[in-house]
Design a protein around this ligand. Structure first.
Ligand SMILES: CC(C)(COP(=O)(O)OP(=O)(O)OC[C@H]1O[C@@H](n2cnc3c(N)ncnc32)[C@H](O)[C@@H]1OP(=O)(O)O)[C@@H](O)C(=O)NCCC(=O)NCCS
Length: 178
């Protein structure tokens, strides 16, 4: 069985400095300390981090979803710019979808900037489909958001898909360079 050379951990209060630094690097300061603390305190929020195996405190990537009724609303997916294009983004998305599936959720959804072709391509690779657009959704520049959905994550066959993805992310991360 494949194994991973990075560590997945639920984020905790101790990680908040690293979380804020990663948020600034990826989003220019989307959420502040209080917002992340609220997320950590909420039972409906899953906030996961990918950490270096060599340097355990080093946060490489983080992702978050809210569990709302039967849906996982992905709110954050961020890979440290220094470590992008090495498979961490897809590993994180895999772990978020697995966590959503483990919670018994039925589908996943998110908004993404129409210009964010890297993220859109990642979500499409994992089967997300465009369901519509929110015009002017982003306040900083008035950019439109695409609304993406992935359904059927509660179906038995999704377990097979998860197993295939797990092998794919392990293969990709086997050459991960810190
Ligand atoms: C989007 C993001 C999470 C991708 O992370 P990453 O670690 O670089 O992505 P990966 O190396 O795991 O790539 C997985 C897939 O994503 C897509 N992808 C990633 N970077 C891409 C790029 N520059 N152009 C096109 N597709 C890209 C590809 O489909 C890729 O699969 P492939 O390697 O088989 O072609 C990362 O760029 C990021 O953190 N961006 C800033 C924050 C952000 O925009 N988050 C999304 C908000 S909705």
């Amino acid at each position: 069985m494949n194994t991973l050379n990075i560590k997945l951990k639920p984020l905790t209060t101790e990680d908040l400095d690293a979380v804020l630094a990663l948020d600034r690097a990826c989003f220019g300061g989307l959420w502040n300390l209080e917002t992340y603390q609220k997320e950590l305190d909420s039972p409906n929020c899953e906030l996961l981090g990918l950490f270096s195996a060599l340097y355990p405190g080093k946060l490489l990537a983080m992702g978050c979803f809210w569990s709302i009724l039967e849906e996982a609303h992905v709110t954050i997916l961020a890979v440290n710019p220094q470590y992008q294009h090495q498979g961490l983004g897809q590993a994180l998305l895999y772990f978020l979808l697995k966590a959503a599936c483990d919670r018994g959720l039925e589908r996943a959804t998110l908004e993404v900037r129409v210009s964010n072709s890297a993220a859109i391509s990642l979500y499409q690779k994992f089967g997300f489909k465009t369901a519509g657009k929110r015009p002017g959704y982003y306040q900083d520049n008035g950019e439109d958001a695409l609304i993406l959905w992935l359904s059927g994550i509660h179906q038995p066959q999704f377990q097979t898909t998860l197993a295939q993805w797990y092998n794919m992310i392990c293969d990709r991360l086997s050459s991960f360079q810190e």
